[in-house]
Ligand binder design. Sequence first.
Ligand SMILES: Nc1ncnc2c1ncn2[C@@H]1O[C@H](COP(=O)(O)OP(=O)(O)OP(=O)(O)O)[C@@H](O)[C@H]1O
Length: 261
Amino acid sequence: MPEPGSGASAPTAPGLTVGVRRLVYDGTVLFENMRFRLEGALWTCLLGPSGVGKTSLLRLIAGLAPGALVVTDDGRGLEGRVALMAQQDLLLPWLPVIENVILGYRLRGTTRAERRRLRDQARELLARVGLERHAEALPAALSGGMRQRAALARTLMEDRPIVLMDEPFSALDAITRHRLQELAAGLLAGRTVLLVTHNPLEALRLGHRLYVLSGRPATPRGPLLPKGPPPRDPADQALLALEAELLRELTRSAALLEEAS
Ligand SMILES: Nc1ncnc2c1ncn2[C@@H]1O[C@H](COP(=O)(O)OP(=O)(O)OP(=O)(O)O)[C@@H](O)[C@H]1O
């Protein structure tokens, strides 16, 4: 197994195309004949007002909800190639943080020697997300932001070429958020990443391609293509101009959703 976050598996990160013919919840058509593309080895950010369908789309791609056709550029299936960081941290309450970080490996089965090596790697990742002193704590002893950092460490530990993240930085204070955005941008460079976020500046810092999910049924509008490699300087004037453009698009999208509701 390559070192988690080493980028060793990055060159194989494929692009993927998602097609949804129709998704209906409680009589509301969320998606109809919708197509969405994640370019290989790039970060795609998905924004949009609350309730428009961002998490639903992410869950469709992850295979957690039926109804989408996901085709990878290399023609191979997604099994074993996707790491998911859901909105809820999904930490198992009876396992210490470090065991939660290596949970995927534990579930897939490891030898005692492998576990020792995995724990060493997990400790390194926990140090990088600022949780080195909490490796043996139970999740209930952590704050919301700390739990989110543990969940991020677990996602990075999985070392998958495709990474789907639903608001991974939302519970963090501004300084920690900035630091972890930088960490994730570094460790997930070269992966195919979908980042769902409510934060336009976060999307502009981290994303290569930005979309706003809009309308009912919803379609992704975009892409907006910020220049330069991420993570970008949030004080950059060009970025601030794009932020204004993104805010206008989000306002339009919120109005459309309100009209449809
Ligand atoms: N499993 C489900 N059963 C019924 N309705 C659902 C289900 N999942 C989502 N919905 C509904 O679909 C709509 C879109 O939900 P979704 O969570 O995808 O939105 P979102 O854009 O991610 O919102 P937020 O930004 O608040 O997380 C909402 O009206 C939600 O209530």
